[in-house]
Design a protein around this ligand. Sequence first.
Ligand SMILES: NC(=O)C1=CN([C@@H]2O[C@H](COP(=O)(O)OP(=O)(O)OC[C@H]3O[C@@H](n4cnc5c(N)ncnc54)[C@H](O)[C@@H]3O)[C@@H](O)[C@H]2O)C=CC1
Ligand SMILES: CC(C)CC(=O)C(=O)O
Ligand SMILES: [Mg+2]
Length: 346
Amino acid sequence: MTYKITALPGDGIGPEILKGSIEILETLSKKFQFEYDLVTKDFGGIAIDKHGEPLPPDTLEACRNSDAILLGAVGGPKWTNPKNRPEHGLLGIRKALNLFANIRPTIVTESTAHLSPLKESIVKDTDFIIVRELTGGLYFGEPKYFNDDQAVDTLTYTTDEITRIAHIAFKLASKRNKVVTSVDKENVLSSSKLWRQTLEQVSKEYPDVTLNHLLVDACSMHLITNPKQFDVIVTENLFGDILSDEASVIPGSLGLSPSASFGENGPSLYEPIHGSAPDIAGQNKANPSGMLLSLAMCIRESLHQPECAQHLEDIVFNTIKNGIATKDLGGNNSTSEVFEAIKQSI
Ligand SMILES: NC(=O)C1=CN([C@@H]2O[C@H](COP(=O)(O)OP(=O)(O)OC[C@H]3O[C@@H](n4cnc5c(N)ncnc54)[C@H](O)[C@@H]3O)[C@@H](O)[C@H]2O)C=CC1
Ligand SMILES: CC(C)CC(=O)C(=O)O
Ligand SMILES: [Mg+2]
């Protein structure tokens, strides 16, 4: 079977971290003997420059016809038109492909515990997954507008949307430590009341999984003071976006965190959780680990090569353990030196 992959480098550090990752994929495919066809398409700010829109029809069509999509990052100071931003392309592709389930793991391995700005005793052995609802909530609610004296965003969730993401979280927890922590703002928001009520309802189908609830403000504190208590966290779009960037400091850097987004069927999308990092773009400084670990998720879930995925994850962490790391992790290596070290280890 030849898998179809669409690569969307995007903007800023996106092309820097994706190009090297594609070379790693090529090397891995030879070692583990699997085949794929990869096409690269314009997406984000570069697509606005070349085609006038962040998600051109040709790009979306290629994504629809793929098994997997590898995405770098989009956005930057060049593209600030509120009616036509690179980020609209990101929201657009998630919605168009119904990628409602965003999986964001946080793992502190032996090789990364000392890199955390938190105490090693607090972070060591942390292993949790944030399941972020990705196609609803504030990012998509209508009405949505701003004018000179008023701005409106709407936070809407339906029972169906909450139910399907809740099932993803419970199924994941069933195969792990059997604890789901649902995060909401039930003391204030109507959408959170429905969220909590629906989570309770779905939990009845998973009697071996414990369901806890946390308010999002308290959760942000618990994440940093006792991250080991968590197994699977499930939350709505905006809370998941914020909490996952916070969670990335537990292993040491935003540049380490991967993600995978799934729909009910169709292609899945793999991207690091960080943005286009305009402050370091074009300087060969970006940490490629989040992109490479997203590639590993792609290799496992969409290309069905679990041994290859494990091999790549081991190499990424061993490279860091061997002291080859970018500046965000306290190292002094460039992006290309990290890629080269990883390639040599394959
Ligand atoms: N999935 C995506 O494409 C996302 C895009 N964005 C967009 O990215 C642009 C920049 O947003 P920011 O708020 O600056 O967030 P950001 O995530 O791009 O950067 C935040 C900080 O983390 C650092 N950083 C991020 N990734 C890194 C890596 N791989 N290695 C080393 N350091 C890294 C950056 O240098 C910066 O100091 C904006 O246009 C934003 O909308 C933001 C988040 C996600
Ligand atoms: C740029 C936003 C639309 C998304 C974001 O920050 C994310 O998905 O992590
Ligand atoms: Mg984010």
